[in-house]
Ligand binder design. Structure first.
Ligand code: NAD
Length: 353
């Protein structure tokens, strides 16, 4: 498996995104975001997404060099259209606007539709937390219905991520960021690429039967059907996934999942974000005191397994990032081959880079 230093990998994939017609600035923003996902341990949302983005560009879905369009602006309610642009770009743009509003007005409800794949949603919560804001994000995913509802035997919606970010004074922020399926779809792609099976309880096949083969949600069968991931947290997680579809999809105007007439490779995300300035709610000092004292209390919790202390959401990503900055990012052979093939489709030969 090739191992890359982050900057080296970024330099390589930037060429592919630039070859889709993106400006250098855009290509750099997209690839910086992808490499950050790799550094934070979420390879499912890192450089391995490049082949999918190229396919989406080639079929005419993903549109380079887009900006958000304001559909409606009511001050603390901002409704934006991502215009099929790179999610890493229109998503950041939307967040910058929402953050400015929340800092000025105390809160902002930010709606973003028709963004191409937004990547790691935690990135947006990190942006808000860096500006001292709490944020909540409900996202729907229109690509393939790879997640079953609780009690269902076939996929009905996407991996619909949910995320909450809370700034904690003098500490790293709390960043809870997950797919509402038992695993992110991209993690199944990574497992499939390296020929690994997954633990029981994650997947059902095209007949609705339990399986450990991640390929059932990566490669369609002869009839063109996929199996499905199970929702996390039984009926509760499934309900949260449906809330993401109703709010991230229906309320934002992104649309909810329904069978497309033509199967495409695009991934459309709708995101409803709620941004709150804690300083506008009550005393900022009190908020900082309460959050810190509770987190002290959490960390004082004895470990259930000797030598494995409790962690807060966001911490595994920080630890992984420190490790991968030092040791590099491992990309499995199949993923690297797919990235090189994607490059060739837009005239970039990575082997000669
Ligand atoms: P995951 O199952 O790895 O869970 C990650 C979350 O759990 C993080 O907040 C992490 O800090 C926390 N966590 C992990 N281990 C912990 C521990 N031991 N103690 C405390 N907290 C811990 O994540 P996932 O479901 O595989 O999702 C991965 C990424 O995929 C997310 O960034 C998500 O936004 C992204 N995603 C994006 C889309 C999209 O369409 N854009 C769709 C689905 C998922």
């Amino acid at each position: 498996m090739p191992i890359f230093q982050a900057e080296d990998l970024k330099t390589k994939i930037v060429q592919i995104i630039t070859a889709t017609g993106s400006s250098e600035v855009e290509a750099l923003r997209v690839c910086t975001n992808l490499i950050h996902a790799n550094l934070k341990g979420h390879d499912s949302h890192g450089a391995g997404m490049i082949p999918r983005y190229v396919e989406s560009f080639v079929e005419g879905s993903l549109q380079p060099n887009q900006s958000v369009r304001v559909k409606s602006d009511l001050g603390s309610l901002l409704v934006l259209d991502g215009q099929q642009g790179f999610g890493q770009v229109v998503g950041e743009e939307a967040m910058v606007m929402g953050i400015a509003r929340a800092k000025k007005l105390g809160s902002c409800i930010l709606s973003l539709s028709r963004a191409h794949h937004l990547g790691r949603i935690g990135h947006f919560a990190e942006m808000a937390a860096a500006d001292g804001l709490v944020s909540i994000h409900l996202v729907n995913v229109l690509s393939a219905p790879v997640v079953a509802v609780w009690g269902g035997g076939i996929g009905r919606h996407g991996t619909n991520p949910f995320c909450i970010g809370v700034p904690i004074a003098n500490r790293a922020p709390f960043i809870l960021d997950f797919a509402t399926s038992r695993s992110a779809q991209g993690k199944m792609r990574v497992a499939h690429n390296v020929g690994k099976s997954v633990s029981p309880g994650y997947l059902i096949d095209q007949q609705g039967l339990p399986t450990t083969d991640p390929g059932v949600v990566v490669r369609p069968d002869a009839a063109g059907n996929l199996g499905a991931l199970m929702p996390f947290g039984e009926h509760k997680g499934s309900g949260l996934a449906i809330a993401c579809e109703l709010l991230g999809g229906a309320l934002t105007g992104n649309g909810t999942w329904k069978p497309p007439k033509v199967k495409k490779r695009a991934i459309w995300n709708g995101m409803l974000s709620i941004l709150i300035n804690p300083a506008s709610m009550s005393s900022k000092e009190q908020f900082d005191l309460e959050t810190n004292s509770f987190i002290d209390w959490v960390y004082q919790s004895p470990a259930s397994e000797a030598g494995v202390p409790v962690m807060l959401a966001g911490e595994p990503e920080q630890k992984m990032m420190a490790q991968r900055i030092k040791d590099g990012i491992e990309i499995d052979d199949k993923t690297w081959q797919d990235i090189c093939e994607a490059g060739k489709k837009v005239g970039v030969n990575l082997n000669s880079v």
